[in-house]
Design a protein around this ligand. Structure first.
Ligand code: PLP
Length: 285
C-alpha cells in the first residue's frame, strides 16, 4: 500500500506528493511544523500541539491556511488513510510559493500545508527505553529563537549525524556558557546527584516541548518538584539519572553522555516511572 500525503487540499500517493521549487519552506526554511504521536490510531495531545502551532505561526507572521477544526479533520484522515496504529503524524505550514526574495511576498500568497504520517515500531521503542541512549554534547550553534518550531533544523541535522558518527544515538546542545539547552529533537532532563529533577527553563533557547509540559503534570501528580533552570554539562555527567522527552520518544532514558556513564549506567527508576505513567496525563482525540 502506498503511503498517502495531504498536499495543499489533495490526498496523494507519496510519489505524486510534490511541492513547488519556489516553495519558501524549501528555499528559506520559511515554515513551521508539528509532530504528534499516534497511539491506537488516535491523535495524542492535538490541542496542545495546535496551540503551539498557532504560536509558531504568529511569531513567524504566517497565516493559518485552514481552520483548526479542518486541520484536525485532515490529520485524522491522513492517519486513517495510512492505517497508522502506532506512529506519528507530521504537519508543515509554509509561507507559500513566490519568486525567490527573502522579504515576505507582496501581495501575500496562500500558505502551504502538507501532512504526512508514518508507523513507528513500538516494540523497538520500548526495547530502546529498556536499554537507554548514549548521547554526545555539541556546541549549540542555532539561532536565538528555537522556541519557534521552524523547519530550519540544519544544526540539529549535523548534531544528530555527529552523534551517530561517534557511536551515540543523540546529541545534547551546550550553549556558550557551558549550559545544556536541549537535545537535537527532544528536551533534556537530569536527576541531580542529590535527587533534584532539573530541566532548562522554557525561554527562547529551547523548544517548549509538549511532552515536557505533560511530564510536568506527571511529576506534579507524583508529589515531586521540578527545578526549571539551566544545568551544566558537568552537572549532567554527575547526575543520578538523565533522560529526554519528545512526542515520539515519550520519556527516554539516557545512560551515557560523552562516553561517561550516568548513574548506574542503566535507565533510572524515575525516568521509568514517568514513562509508564505518561499516557494517563495526555489527551486522546
Ligand atoms: N526540542 C527539539 C529541538 C525538538 O525538535 C523537539 C521535538 O521535535 C522537542 C524538543 C520535543 O518537543 P515535543 O515534546 O513537543 O515533541
Amino acid at each position: 500500500m502506498s503511503r498517502i500525503a495531504y498536499v495543499n487540499g489533495r490526498y496523494l500517493p507519496m510519489r505524486d506528493a510534490k511541492v513547488h521549487v519556489e516553495d519558501r519552506g524549501y528555499q528559506f526554511a520559511d515554515a513551521v511544523y508539528e509532530v504528534c504521536e499516534v497511539r491506537g490510531g488516535r491523535l495524542i495531545d492535538e490541542r496542545r500541539h495546535l496551540d503551539r502551532l498557532k504560536r509558531s505561526l504568529s511569531e513567524m507572521r504566517i497565516a493559518m491556511p485552514v481552520t483548526v477544526r479542518a486541520l484536525g479533520v485532515v490529520l485524522r484522515e491522513v492517519i486513517a488513510r495510512n492505517r497508522i496504529g502506532y506512529g506519528l503524524v507530521y504537519l508543515q505550514i509554509g509561507r507559500g510559493v513566490a519568486r525567490r526574495d527573502p522579504a515576505f511576498p507582496l501581495p501575500a500568497v496562500a500558505p502551504s500545508l502538507v501532512v504526512t504520517a508514518r508507523s513507528l515500531n513500538r516494540t523497538k521503542n520500548d526495547a530502546l527505553a529498556e536499554k537507554g541512549l548514549a548521547v554526545v554534547s555539541v556546541p549549540d550553534t542555532r539561532w536565538g529563537r528555537v522556541d519557534i518550531k521552524t523547519t530550519g533544523l540544519l544544526p540539529n541535522v549535523l548534531a544528530r549525524q555527529a552523534a551517530i558518527e561517534q557511536g551515540a544515538r543523540d546529541a545534547w546542545f551546550v550553549d556558550k556558557d557551558g549550559f545544556v539547552t536541549e537535545a537535537a529533537s527532544s528536551n533534556a532532563w537530569i536527576v541531580t546527584a542529590n535527587g533534584k529533577l532539573v530541566t532548562r527553563q522554557a525561554d527562547h533557547a529551547i523548544l517548549r516541548g509538549i511532552t515536557r509540559m505533560v511530564t510536568f503534570e506527571v511529576v506534579k501528580a507524583q508529589g515531586l518538584a521540578i527545578e526549571e533552570r539551566a544545568f551544566t554539562l558537568d552537572e549532567a555527567y554527575a547526575a543520578r539519572e538523565a533522560f529526554v522527552t519528545s512526542a515520539t520518544q515519550i520519556v527516554m532514558p539516557v545512560v551515557s553522555i560523552d562516553g561517561r556513564t550516568i548513574g548506574s549506567g542503566k535507565p533510572g527508576p524515575l525516568a521509568g516511572a514517568l514513562r509508564r505513567e505518561f499516557h494517563r496525563y495526555t489527551e486522546t482525540g
